[in-house]
Design a binder for this molecule. Structure first.
Ligand code: SF4
Length: 354
């Protein structure tokens, strides 16, 4: 059965099929991904009103692709106090945010209580606010630093008010590429194990993939297949988020930026390979809002959110530092021919903007 017959049959695609998808004509690939998206989500484009907070950039790790952590190229270390975080949210809550998205660097001087106290205090002041926090990499760091198991960290997170986990720290699962770009960070197996524990607690998470650096197309397919296998077992991933590598201010010397065609193909292939993950997110902070809107016709159905402020990708050159106004966001989605649907963090619909 050739790849077109397989796509028409709706059968699950394997590794060989994944590789064949790259060879398809750009528009044919887009058409199949778009059909798949439409079957799942019709003309809805999901987003949420959220605020990103990155409480510290002091990190014990040295990932080559990272421009966020304080280092020689970015020498401005900071650690926010709990009060500063709460004051930030006092302002954001006026913009009707429903989610705070918190990811940090691995700061070994901050203390476990500093991390957990952030969540507890946010929940005390804003009980209805959904807290999405701590990547698997941060959980791995807290576990090794404070000599407690992953499950103990997770239990503490839940007790302190964390509602769901973001998908960061996945980077690329291929062990050789991972060793090259982020030696010392938790392994792919550990990343999966942490999400498995989280899902077994009845909780949801997302999964990312950092692409466009030194990995090859086959590594992206491998990454998707490992996630699909995990999703078959634990079923807790809500969204897959391909993150476009940003080349500024870091130690991974990649001169070429991916072409828009390659980025769109990656979204499309994600939609087709990941038949068991409901949402594909075009995270506009890394792809640009313009390309994210086009990605809605190449398999993506979610644009993340208004963000308000973002420090991780913008440190590496992404134009996402100050987020987007809600009305601008809605206008952009509508003029692209889609219906904006404000969702909560677990993809329950809050409001449809017809
Ligand atoms: S990617 Fe995360 S773990 Fe790696 S250096 Fe940056 S902040 Fe630290």
């Amino acid at each position: 059965m050739d790849i077109l017959e397989k796509l028409q049959s709706g059968k699950r695609l394997d590794r060989k099929d994944g590789e064949a998808l790259w060879k398809l004509d750009f528009f044919t690939l887009g058409k199949y991904a778009n059909e798949k998206r439409k079957a799942l989500h019709e003309d809805r484009a999901f987003f949420n009103i959220n605020r990103h907070i990155n409480p510290t950039n002091i990190c014990k790790d040295i990932c080559k692709f990272c421009a966020f952590s304080a280092n020689r190229k970015n020498p401005n270390p900071y650690t926010m106090t709990h009060e500063e975080i709460l004051n930030t949210l006092d302002k954001s809550i006026k913009h009707h945010i429903t989610e705070v998205h918190i990811v940090s660097a691995h700061n070994k001087d901050a203390g476990l209580e500093w991390y957990m106290g952030i969540f507890r205090k946010i929940k005390e002041r804003f009980p209805a606010l959904h807290i999405k926090a701590l990547t698997a990499a941060e959980i791995g760091f807290l576990s090794s630093t404070y000599d407690i198991s992953y499950e103990q960290v997770i239990d503490l997170m839940i007790k302190s008010g964390v509602d769901s986990m973001p998908g960061g720290g996945a980077e690329i699962f291929d062990e050789k590429v991972r060793e090259y770009i982020c030696k010392g960070k938790l392994s792919s197996k550990q990343w999966m194990e942490i999400h498995d524990i989280w899902h077994k607690k009845g909780k949801k998470s997302n999964a990312t993939m950092l692409f466009g650096h030194v990995e090859r197309r086959e590594h992206r397919i491998d990454h998707m297949l490992r996630l699909r296998e995990q999703q078959d077992k634990s079923g807790g991933f809500n969204a897959f988020i391909p993150l476009v590598y940003q080349r500024g201010n870091n130690y991974l010397k990649v001169e070429d930026f991916l072409s828009s065609v390659e980025i769109l193909k990656t979204y499309a292939i994600s939609r087709l390979m990941l038949d068991n993950i409901p949402h594909i997110k075009a995270y506009w902070a890394t792809s640009t809002i313009n390309l994210a809107l086009v990605a809605l016709e190449f398999g993506a159905d979610d644009l993340d959110g208004t963000i308000e402020k973002e420090s991780v990708q913008s440190a590496a050159g992404a134009k996402s530092g100050s987020g987007l106004e809600l009305q601008t966001f809605l206008d952009l989605i509508q003029t692209s021919g889609f219906v904006p649907v404000q969702r909560d963090s677990l993809y329950n619909e809050i409001k449809k903007y017809k």
